[in-house]
Ligand binder design. Structure first.
Ligand code: GLU
Length: 467
């Protein structure tokens, strides 16, 4: 059975690159009807925080990347790591190293001066010491000195590393805490992980981890290293490129489905298909089809996808997400129309939920604030008689529907022989405070009779004041 895992270190935000790794692991598990595990690699106590754990969990939940097992915390497994460490030492696969910081620093300097790659020279392996009982030590792995490690990377194909390139890595620090390369092996082994998919920043760790698997006689997973993500300018991705955290995308008004669709295409493709339902992704995703080449982020494409999903997702679903942004603006949703109807009215003209919330607040607020420049441009005395008739007609209607509103507007301009272009901007501006609002009949219908009549009457009074 296929078992994948997402194993973030909780040291910061949930990065877009990590989210892609999580998605690929999740998809491969789903495709193979396997299991997806969430493991929190929190052994680095100085850099790990509870807040970062929460951010990871919140981000995965928002993206609906639900895990079948976990979250499993490495800090809960220290006893197990200790037991395996003992076993490795007993079987002569690991040894205590008493080298001091000073010695290691001097060694490093010498090597750099001699233009060699800095590495541990195996001193304590060659000359086992019998120091005083409380001399501090680290535990190092005895990396085979001869031969090489070969593995078939799922993304990059065959990789071979000479063992002479690797030094004896530390398995446990002087305070007894285990290191990443060690815990990850024990966990992948105990959790029966079959596929390790992770960023290619880990590619140098893989041969080291394989050595530990071999020393433990444990079955090895298959490895696949994801290509690096680049900024839109083709440079290494960094904060200066704007949003790189999943929750930041959420806060900027991106729908989770749009972000998932965006992520899946970062380094993976299926023909030239751009839009994928979750079911299609699961059906077509294959770890063997992941690209080797680095992929650049494309914010325009994300916005395009977002608008696509805002237009095509059921309005009730979009409304659920929109409600969060309305709440952030302090809007009381009981004071206006059904939010799903607002989504229908607005979705053609908004690229993000933030934009949709901003453009829809006028439906719920008691009053609209109209920009002075806009009134100067669009409010005009010529519209007074028609506007007055339009208000009267609206007030007189027993029913409130789009068609009646539309007919009354037309009747008012026809009666006074003015162009629709004279009255319509006044109505639009008075009702919504902006010129970028939905079609007038739809907008007034959603706004309701009371607010419409009050806002138009205010505008009428202002128009009458104009010279
Ligand atoms: N904890 C590692 C990280 O966040 C990932 C380790 C792995 O996937 O093997 O980079």
């Amino acid at each position: 059975m296929t078992i994948t895992r997402f194993a973030p270190s909780p040291t910061g935000m949930l990065h877009v690159g990590s989210a892609r790794t999580a998605l690929f692991c999740w998809l491969w598990a789903k495709r193979q009807k396997g299991t997806f595990i969430l493991r929190i690699e929190d052994t680095d106590r100085e850099r790990s925080t509870d807040e970062a754990v929460e951010v990871i969990i919140e981000g995965l939940k928002w993206l609906e990347l639900n895990w079948d097992e976990g979250p499993i915390f490495q800090t809960h497994r220290f006893d197990r790591y200790k037991a395996v460490l003992k076993e490795l030492m007993a079987n002569d696969h690991a040894y205590k190293c008493y080298c001091t910081k000073e010695r290691l620093e001097a060694l490093r300097e010498q090597q750099i001066e001699a233009k060699e790659k800095p590495r541990y020279d195996g001193y304590c392996r060659k000359f086992p010491a019998q120091p005083h009982a409380d001399t501090p030590y680290v535990v190092r792995f005895k990396t085979p000195e001869e031969g090489s490690i070969v593995f078939e990377d799922l993304v990059r194909g065959r990789i071979e590393i000479q063992n002479s390139e690797l030094d004896d890595l530390i398995l446990a620090r002087s305070d007894g805490t285990p290191t990443y390369n060690f815990t990850v092996v024990i966990d992948d082994w105990d959790m029966k992980v079959t596929h390790v998919l992770r960023g290619d920043d880990h590619i140098n760790n893989t041969p080291r981890q394989i050595h530990i698997f071999k020393a433990l006689n444990a079955p090895m997973p298959a490895y696949g290293h994801m290509p690096m993500l680049l900024g839109p300018d083709g440079k290494r991705l960094s904060k200066r490129h704007g949003a790189v955290s999943v929750l930041q995308y959420r806060d900027e008004g991106i729908l989770p489905k749009a972000l998932i669709n965006y992520l899946v295409r970062l380094g993976w493709s299926h023909g030239d298909q751009e839009i994928f339902t979750t079911a299609e992704m699961i059906e077509h995703f294959d770890v063997h089809n992941i690209n080797v080449a680095p992929t650049a982020l494309n914010p325009e494409k994300l916005l395009w996808l977002n608008q696509h999903y805002m237009k095509t997702e059921p309005e009730v679903e979009v409304a659920k997400q929109l409600a969060w942004f309305m709440a952030k603006l302090g809007i009381d949703l009981t004071k206006g129309p059904d939010l799903a109807q607002v989504v229908i009215a607005q979705r053609e003209r908004c690229k993000t939920l933030v934009e949709m919330a901003e453009k829809s607040r006028f439906f719920f607020e008691d009053e609209v604030v109209i920009d002075g420049d806009l009134t100067k441009k669009h409010f005009n005395r010529e519209a007074v008689p028609a506007l007055s008739d339009f208000i009267q007609a609206l007030e007189a209607f027993p029913a409130w529907d789009k068609e009646v509103i539309h007919d009354a507007l037309k009747a008012a301009v026809d009666k006074h022989g003015i162009k629709l272009g004279v009255l319509a901007p006044v109505v639009r501006l008075a009702a919504s405070g902006t010129m970028a609002s939905p079609p007038i009949d739809m907008m007034l219908w959603l706004l309701g009779k009371e607010k419409t009549v009050a806002r138009l009457s205010d505008a009428l009074a202002q128009l009458k004041e104009l010279a």
